[in-house]
Design a protein around this ligand. Structure first.
Ligand code: PHE
Length: 451
């Protein structure tokens, strides 16, 4: 097996935070927050993130760093290749490639909208009908949407091909701080718009009457997706983290960064939506129809649009490179292919499946299964089943298969961070009992939702 490079400390945090921060934070979270009861949902979300998602994140960290290998090699090495463990890493490689395929379609939309913003398409007099015409015309087109998608895949593969240090780490170290600055700047600007207060009220006013089982499931599902769990990204990235780094600190830090990003993105979007009296529950069209409308009406909107879509693009790329790396690490370490060849293979698989996803909004929209087009099928297959199955395997493996001393050793820095022992105890308990139960519930719900 080839020896891979390692991330620096800051680079490791930025790369993992880059994987976590993405579309899930920038449009899904603010919308869920509003829909499911504001502060009440926020409390449930924080509990899910800290008590379920964080321990799973720590498990993936343990598996990746202890083995220092890709998903396939990691499970095999830590289990001596016995039973299903020798081959279960393949599940992660497949899941990630499916997610990468449909995520890149949306990445292509962000790229196209960034270009549109740069050419000032969202000019002052544009009507909301024109904007929805632009969006639906674009996503249902063949070549314009495929071109955006292909360019996005090329960009992802280009960064991954440059390697761990000069590609992924270098990009994350610049992109994440810039992204944070941009999102904060937009949030401050939006705060000053007249009528924005209603947006904060929508997001943060606690409405406990809206809390029920489906809200808890939504919060759990969102915390999984947002922290990139169950698909091997964290296992793969953790294998590039130095043994000297404090993994408990990293895990807590990245979870907190992810939550803060989601909250600030909400503060950058929702108050603006309210300031213009628009519908906060528009889903994907919130970003590609409602926001361009707002940008066309606000002072300096042309610039804000460029900056916003630039930020969205960066957030999407930092996530997509982590998905691509899962397959590339597998092919280069297990099959002995060069990084270049591995990137080509993963790129090609992504292009094949992703093109079908892209065309499923246009010429292939009639191809449906249980009422879902190809894009929605890939989305729900991976989010409702494959990622959840991956997370279940992960916690079961760390909680019940690995030796307790090994997990302890990894979490408390081989005895160098003994003060983390209480954290270890707490996380280990959650991993053994609470996480598997919670994951099983989401798994069953996901199955019911799919059928
Ligand atoms: N966490 C990313 C987001 O919030 C999505 C993602 C899922 C990234 C799975 C990698 C793997 O957008």
């Amino acid at each position: 097996m080839k020896k891979e490079e390692k991330f620096g400390k800051f680079g490791a945090v930025m790369a993992m935070a880059g994987s976590a921060v993405g579309l899930g934070n920038m449009w899904r979270f603010p919308y869920l927050l509003g829909e499911y009861g504001g502060a009440a949902f926020l409390m449930v979300y924080l509990a899910c993130a800290m008590l379920i998602a964080l321990p799973i994140f720590a498990c993936e960290f343990v598996i990746g760093r202890r083995s220092g290998m890709n998903c396939m090699g990691a499970f095999r090495a830590l289990s001596d290749g016995k039973g299903i463990w020798g081959g279960c890493g393949m599940l992660f490689v497949v899941t990630c490639t499916i997610i990468l395929s449909f995520y890149s379609v949306i990445g292509g939309w962000s790229l196209e909208y960034f270009f549109k913003a740069c050419t000032f398409t969202f000019h002052e007099g544009i009507s909301s009908d024109e904007l929805s015409g632009i969006f639906s015309g674009f996503v249902s087109s063949i070549w314009p949407s495929l071109t955006g998608f292909l360019m996005f895949v090329w960009l992802t593969v280009y960064i991954v091909r440059k390697g761990i240090k000069s590609g992924i780490e270098r990009f994350g170290k610049v992109a994440m701080p810039v992204l944070a600055l941009i999102v904060v700047a937009i949030a401050v600007y939006v705060f000053m718009l007249p009528g924005s207060l209603a947006g904060y009220e929508y997001m943060f006013k606690a409405d406990f009457s809206k809390l029920n089982g489906s809200v808890i499931l939504a919060a759990l599902g969102q915390s999984f997706f947002s922290l990139s769990l169950g698909c091997g990204c964290i296992i793969t990235y953790a294998s590039y983290v130095s043994k000297k780094d404090d993994m408990i600190k990293h895990s807590i830090g990245i979870t907190v960064i992810d939550i803060i990003f989601a909250l600030i993105s909400g503060c950058a979007i929702m108050p603006a939506v309210f300031s213009f009296g628009l519908d906060p529950q528009a889903g994907p069209s919130l970003v590609y129809e409602t926001l361009p409308y707002i940008f066309s009406r606000m002072p300096f909107g042309g610039i804000v649009a460029i900056v916003f879509f630039g930020a969205l693009l960066v957030a999407t790329v930092t996530s997509s490179i982590s998905m691509c790396e899962v397959g590339v690490a597998y092919l280069s370490q297990e099959r002995g292919y060069s990084r270049r060849k591995s990137c080509r293979i993963i790129g090609l698989c992504t292009i094949l499946l992703g093109s079908l996803c892209s065309l499923s909004f246009g010429p292939l929209s009639h191809l449906t299964l249980m009422g879902k087009n190809i894009f929605d099928m890939c989305d729900s297959l991976s989010s409702n089943l494959l990622m959840i199955a991956g997370a279940l395997l992960t916690v079961y493996f760390v909680g019940w298969k690995m030796k307790r001393e090994d997990v302890y050793d990894e979490m408390v820095g081989r005895g160098t961070a003994k003060s983390h022992a209480p954290f270890f105890k707490c996380i280990y308990f959650l991993v053994r009992y609470v996480c598997p139960a919670a994951i099983l519930v989401i798994f069953i719900q996901g199955l019911i939702d799919m059928l």
